[in-house]
Design a protein around this ligand. Structure first.
Ligand code: HEC
Length: 134
């Protein structure tokens, strides 16, 4: 009796350990994918806009950049951060955050560039290195 109880306890423990390790393996084996909506070319173009506007003077992405502003490595992971939200956040920061200390980029980034920039920011989900090497 006691023996069979121990045995089933050991079995379920083994099952638990196996299940957890399978889950961990599945999570870490996930291939780095860009956001499904934007093509990798769009994201790469957006990263160029990010670089040429010196956003990294204040913001960091994946460990590279300034520390005076919020880290943007996981910007795209928040479902509220739509393309329109990013456009506002960059062109009119006070629209998304009253009293924002970020300088507005309205008039400095054109209509086409702000779209690719938004796609780039949306692709930042804290996992891979979207848009190529940092
Ligand atoms: C002079 C420093 C500075 C520069 C340059 C700058 N930002 Fe910011 N940014 C900030 C600060 C500070 C905040 C946080 C706003 C606050 O809380 O006052 C912010 C907020 C943001 C946010 C919102 C973050 C969130 O989740 O709330 C985004 C997105 C963003 N910046 C993108 C950019 C992009 C893209 C560029 C380049 C075009 C850029 N920033 C350039 C300082 C800067």
């Amino acid at each position: 009796m006691i023996k069979s109880h121990l045995c089933s306890a050991a079995l379920s423990l083994a099952g638990l350990v196996l299940g957890v390790s399978l889950m961990v393996t599945a999570a870490s084996a996930k291939p780095p994918k860009p956001a499904p909506k934007a093509s990798s070319a769009t994201i790469a173009a957006g990263k160029k806009v990010y670089d040429s506007n010196a956003c990294s003077a204040c913001h960091a992405v994946n460990g590279a950049g300034g520390t005076s502003a919020p880290d943007l490595s996981k910007e795209g992971a928040n479902p509220k951060h739509t393309e329109a939200w990013f456009e506002d956040a960059v062109l009119h920061p006070t629209k998304v955050k009253p009293g924002s200390k970020m300088p507005p980029y309205d008039g400095k980034i054109n209509a086409k560039d702000i779209k690719t920039l938004a796609a780039y920011l949306g692709s930042l989900k804290g996992s891979a290195k979207p848009g190529g090497k940092m």
